[in-house]
Design a protein around this ligand. Structure first.
Ligand code: BG6
Ligand code: MG
Length: 231
C-alpha cells in the first residue's frame, strides 16, 4: 500500500460545511432593491468565495453605480447587519450532509483539519452550528488580508496545523476558492458542480460522497497528476 499523501484537510465554510449562500443572497438582494439595482440568483454565483467589499463592488457594477468609499462601507455594514440577523437563526440542522461524519473520520485517522474561509462571520457561524471546537485551526476573514483566489487563507490554515501545502487537500465550492487552493500548491476537491468547478482535481456533489478510503485514493491519484504536471 502506498503511503497516504494527505496529512491535512482544509475546508471552506460557506457552501461546504453549511449552506449560507441563501442568506448572503437575501441580504445582498435587500440592499440591491434599496439601491434599485436588478440583482438575480445568477448574479449571486459571482459572489461565492468573494470578500464582502468585493461583493458590493460587483453589485454596484451591475447597477452601474459609483459611490464614495465611506458610503460603500456603510452599505457593506448594513448588508452584514441583515446577514447576521439571518444566520443567527441557524442551528446544527444547517450542517450540510455527510460533513460531520467525514471530519470525525479524518480526525480519528490523525489527519489535521482546518477551516479556510473568507468570512469574518466564521466564529459566529461555527458557534451557531455547534462546531466551534471541531477544527484544529481556523483561518478566516479576521486573520488574513488577501481574498481568494489569493492563496493566503489556505497557506495560513496549513501553517496553523503544521502541515506542508503539498500534503493538504482543500474542499471548495467556489471558483475563486478552487483557484486559491491551486495557487497555494494544494490538491483541491470541488464540492458542487463539475461544470462550474472545472479546475478542481476532482468534484463531488457534497461531503456525503466522500470518506477516508476515497480521500486516500484521490490523494494518491492527484499526487500522481501533480507530478505529471511538473514533469
Ligand atoms: C465567503 C462567501 O465565504 O465569505 C462570500 O462565499 C462572502 O459570499 C465572504 O462574501 C465574506 O463573508 P462575510 O461573512 O465576511 O461577509
Ligand atoms: Mg464557499
Amino acid at each position: 500500500m502506498t503511503e497516504m499523501e494527505v496529512k491535512g484537510c482544509i475546508f471552506d465554510l460557506d457552501g461546504v460545511i453549511v449552506d449560507t449562500a441563501k442568506f448572503h443572497f437575501l441580504a445582498w438582494k435587500r440592499l440591491a432593491d434599496q439601491l434599485e439595482i436588478h440583482f438575480t440568483l445568477e448574479d449571486n454565483e459571482l459572489l461565492k468565495g468573494v470578500s464582502r467589499m468585493e461583493s458590493l463592488e460587483i453589485i454596484l457594477e451591475i447597477g452601474n453605480i459609483s459611490l464614495p468609499a465611506e458610503t460603500k462601507n456603510e452599505y457593506a455594514e448594513l448588508k452584514n447587519k441583515w446577514y447576521v440577523e439571518y444566520i443567527s437563526r441557524m442551528s446544527d440542522e444547517d450542517i450540510l450532509p455527510g460533513c460531520l461524519q467525514f471530519i470525525i473520520e479524518l480526525k480519528k485517522a490523525g489527519i489535521r483539519v482546518a477551516i479556510g474561509s473568507a468570512s469574518k462571520n466564521t466564529p459566529l457561524i461555527l458557534s451557531r452550528i455547534g462546531l466551534s471546537d471541531l477544527f484544529d485551526a481556523v483561518a478566516d476573514g479576521n486573520n488574513v488580508s488577501n481574498a481568494k483566489p489569493n492563496p493566503e487563507v489556505f497557506l495560513k490554515a496549513a501553517d496553523m496545523i503544521g502541515i506542508e501545502p503539498g500534503k493538504c487537500i482543500v474542499f471548495e465550492d467556489a471558483i475563486a476558492g478552487v483557484q486559491a487552493a491551486l495557487n497555494a500548491g494544494m490538491m483541491c476537491v470541488g464540492v458542487g458542480s463539475a461544470e462550474v468547478l472545472t479546475k478542481a482535481h476532482i468534484v463531488i456533489s457534497d461531503l456525503s460522497k466522500m470518506n477516508l478510503e476515497m480521500l486516500e485514493m484521490a490523494g494518491n491519484e492527484i499526487g500522481l497528476q501533480k507530478k505529471n504536471d511538473f514533469s
